[in-house]
Ligand binder design. Structure first.
Ligand SMILES: NC(=O)c1ccc[n+]([C@@H]2O[C@H](COP(=O)([O-])OP(=O)(O)OC[C@H]3O[C@@H](n4cnc5c(N)ncnc54)[C@H](O)[C@@H]3O)[C@@H](O)[C@H]2O)c1
Length: 317
């Protein structure tokens, strides 16, 4: 099949690209990182060439907001579109920029999928739930706390209006971790960040009360599986988590056990307290064929060789 992956040089998109290239013709469209930064100093685009080392498909570097990019995509005639490109940084408050890229452009992709009769599988986010009580359920108590989360909720609302015209599946990722996230820097998961603090012999730095801050951490291999299952799923929005809530303290404890260390933790004030999610846990939809396989312990164990490689080749140089 002919498959388009937007944001294919990013974390989740590149995992998909490397997996799908074995049996399909894959086009990756990504703007790639440059020196451009948002008002808070964070990079505008996080796509990194190292995520695509070994990729044998076509890479086209372009902005999804531009007309000419849509033309290139149309000419490629994809049968499936995995739409992952987005401003994925939850700490950006430029509402105009976020909603233009994440929401307006999504409408163009819906139109494209109708015109091309292509399946459209897009990235939503568990951030849409805000502080909704756990377990979070699609359609219940969604309460976005930042422009990014709002943009993702509005994508789901928009998609619904076209369910009778196209194959549209939204995947609400919870906290994804694993190979490919390293180049997201500050916005990569706390799993790789804590691991590298520990490997450097530093005391892991956690927010105060981290043994009571719960997240549904989902491993990249499960996330990949959800995308594949989405190809045959009914139109709708589905949670993609592990279905279990674990704490940030759990991460540090598992890592210290695996790495054979016993560093004492440093607890700091949480600067995001007012906008923070304190308990996320996906309620998984029985009608969706996706069934996560990795517990936090198993995911970390599987990820460790890559964490160690990164520490040696990228961090500790
Ligand atoms: N990683 C997670 O835990 C998580 C959780 C919830 C939702 N999501 C969503 O999943 C998707 C993928 O996330 P990720 O973690 O891989 O993020 P990422 O930032 O690594 O990947 C996004 C990619 O999109 C590209 N991009 C951004 N703006 C673009 C533009 N205007 N034109 C072309 N390319 C552009 C970036 O260069 C980057 O490669 C995003 O939509 C994100 O919002 C991720």
């Amino acid at each position: 099949m002919r498959i388009l992956i937007t944001g294919g040089a990013g974390f989740i998109g590149s995992a998909l690209a490397l997996f799908l290239q074995e049996n399909h013709e894959v086009l990756v469209v990504d703007k790639m990182r440059s020196g451009a930064v948002f008002e808070n100093g964070n990079l505008e685009c996080l796509g990194h060439f190292k995520n695509l080392l070994g990729f044998k498909g076509e890479l086209y570097v372009a902005d999804i907001n531009e007309e000419k990019t849509l033309k290139i995509i149309k000419d490629f005639k994809p049968e499936i579109i995995f739409h992952k490109a987005a401003i994925s940084d939850t700490t950006i408050y430029d509402q105009n920029k976020i909603l233009t890229t994440n929401l307006n452009t999504f409408k163009e992709f819906i139109k494209l999928s109708i015109d091309l009769n292509a399946k459209l599988i897009y990235a939503s986010s568990a951030s849409v739930y805000g502080d909704a009580p756990s377990p979070q359920i699609v359609g219940i108590n969604e309460n976005p706390k930042n422009p990014y989360a709002f943009s993702k909720l509005m994508m789901d609302v928009l998609a619904q209006k076209y369910y009778d015209k196209a194959h549209l599946v939204g995947l609400r990722y919870f906290n994804v971790y694993g190979k490919g996230e390293f180049y997201k820097g500050k916005t990569s998961s706390m799993i790789v960040q804590f691991a590298h603090q520990i490997l450097a012999g530093k005391n892991p730095r956690l927010f105060r009360g981290s043994d009571r801050i719960y997240r549904d951490f989902v491993y990249i291999k499960d996330c990949l599986e959800a995308n594949i299952k989405a190809i045959e799923a009914k139109n709708g929005v589905y949670n993609v988590g592990s279905g279990k809530a674990r704490t940030f303290q759990d991460i540090v404890d598992i890592l210290q056990k695996e790495l054979n260390t016993n560093l004492s933790c440093e607890y700091i004030k949480n600067p995001y307290e007012k906008f923070y999610q304190f308990h996320t846990q996906a309620k998984l939809d029985e009608s969706f064929a996706y069934k996560p396989k990795y517990s936090l312990e198993e995911g970390i164990k599987d990820y460790l060789p890559e964490i160690l490689r990164l520490f040696e080749k990228e961090v500790n140089v």
